[in-house]
Design a protein. Sequence first.
Length: 276
Amino acid sequence: MKILYQGTKGAYSQLAALEVYSKAETISCKTFEECFKKCSDDESLKTIIPVENSIAGRVADTQYLMNKYKLQIYAEHFHKVSHNLMSLPGVKIKDIKSVRSHSQAISQCQKVINDNNLEPIIAADTAGSAKFISDNSKKDEAAIASSLAAEIYNLDILKSNIEDDKKNVTRFLIMGKNAQHPEFKKEKYITSCIFKVKDKPAALYKCLGGFATNDISLSKLESFSEHSSFEQYLFLCDIVGHIEDPKVQKSLEELGFHTVSLDILGVYKASQFRNI
C-alpha cells in the first residue's frame, strides 16, 4: 500500500500514516493539492490529510480540495501531537541559542522557548527544520519536530513532549478513490458530505431541520466559499450515523429538498478517540 502525505520526510502527517498503516510505503508531496491530484489519477494510492487541530482549528485549503477532487474517505485518525526539541548529537541545551520550526509549533511550545531564552525562527515546516539543522550542522540551533524526524535526520532529542497544551490533537482523513461503505452494524459511524444550499432565505435552517426531526447529531458543520465568492457558500458536514440508517436517510432526503448539490464523501467507522 502507498500513502501520500504533505510535507518533508518526518512530518507529523507521515507519522500519522504509519500509525494507521505501519507497513505502508509513505510518499512525500510538496502540497495538499499534489496529494489529491495523484490519488485522483491513480486508484491504487491513498492520502492522509490533516483537516483540523484541537488548538489551531481547521487546516486551510482542505475543504476546497475535498470539494474539487471528490475523493472518498476511508477512515479518520486522531493523532496526539508530541513536539520534541532536537539538536545535533552531543549538543547540550545550554549551547542552544535559537530554535527553528513551523509557526504553529513555535506558538505551541512557548514555555520551553522562554525558559531557555531561545530565539524563535519561523520555518516552512517542522520536519524541514530538523533537516535544516542536520544538513547545515547548526550546533547552536535546535528544531521542534516529531520523534520520527529526529530518527530520520540523526538528531538527539533534548526534551520531549514540550507542547504547552498536552491535549494537542490533529484529526486526519485517509482518502482515495472507490472507498466502499462499511456494513451497517451496531457501531458508531460518520457520514461526511458537502452540500450547497439554495439561494433562499433561511435555507440553511431548513437544511438542518431534517436532522433535528430525526434525532440525528452533527459533529461538524463548516462553511467555505465557492470560487472565491462571498455570495455562495458550501458546507462540509459530518453526520453521526450510517447512510443506511433509516433516520439518516430521511435526514438526507430532507436536506436534498433545500440544496443545489449534495455529495457524499464517505461513510466510515468513528474513531475510538471520540469516546475518550
